[in-house]
Ligand binder design. Sequence first.
Ligand code: SF4
Length: 377
Amino acid sequence: MTSDIATDKTQARFDAVALLSGGLDSILAVKVIQEQGLRVKCLHFVSPFFGKPHKRRHWEGLYGIDIENVDISEDYVRLLVERPVYGFGKVLNPCVDCKILMMRKARERMEHYGATFIISGEVLGQRPMSQRQDTLNVIRRDAEVREMLLRPLCAKHLDPTPMELDGLVDRERLLGIKGRGRSEQLAMARAYGFKETPTPGGGCMLAEKENARRYWPVLCHAPIPSVRDFKLSNIGRQYWAGNRWTMIGRNQMDNLSLLKVCADDDYVFRLRGFPGPIGVGRHFEGQPWTEEEVRHAAAFVASFSPKAVASGQDVSVRVCRATDLRRQQQNDGEHGPVEGEVVHAVTPDRTPATGWTESAWVDVREEIRADMRDKRG
Ligand code: SF4
């Protein structure tokens, strides 16, 4: 786990740490506790699938809260690779296991801040998977936070916690929100005078079909899926042919991101003489592509350049390893020869024999279901 705590100049003492997704409920839970004169350190968890660490200062100023960004990417990828004990939700969201992981991380941070309890913005009955009474109990039990977790927004529907019983927290000033409605939370946001009202949730890409299509092939084909793999899968267009993986930029920002995030050993495809996207090909360890496969990928990447296609001719695609391109760019800037680069003359081809395809959600959904059935045995 990495965090920005090293930059804190003073290690102020706090009464509680809070799970802060950046969604409305998590912020309101913090405000309810702050109103009782208690000090709260908010933990904003970050991974390739959620988190907006760049918003930390903005939120601190806007809502009068104190935030630490906590990167849990490595742990989160391990959770997905090993598969969640409590399964996935409607898409690829392992909400119950995710909450357990975050609670455990929060428990680890408590001592550092001198905090004696954890708060979260969960609302009983709001989410079908992770906010039912039984799953709220499972999360509390499995994360081993039974005696230290307070859910201020729905506390009145739950048994009093030790923090309420010993008078640290005034139960009378906690809330009894229940269900999927948002009116109470929106009224609270108005009462607090929030200049920006955040969306209900924190924005999790694992809960979106579009993104699940990107992540699932990585989980299925990468021998050891890494944080970098999932960061790559967030960028540009994603195509797979068996365990061969090609990513293609949709715009300049994608192109720059692909070059920045790809692994040293990845293939980089760049058109010569025509504007066009950057392509990145993943060479999994011990399984280098054949020369023919590289040529097919070059033709495929070229097919995303309208001008190359319109030329009606063979076009040149430069192919090198990312590490060689990076070395050349460090030494010579944008221009100059790249060690080991091969130039392929290819006809732009959107349907080369390699059979690059984008995963369809309906197929991915079936694969996820089959995978979960297998795991349950
Ligand atoms: S929606 Fe995403 S971030 Fe939220 S609990 Fe579920 S998996 Fe975790």
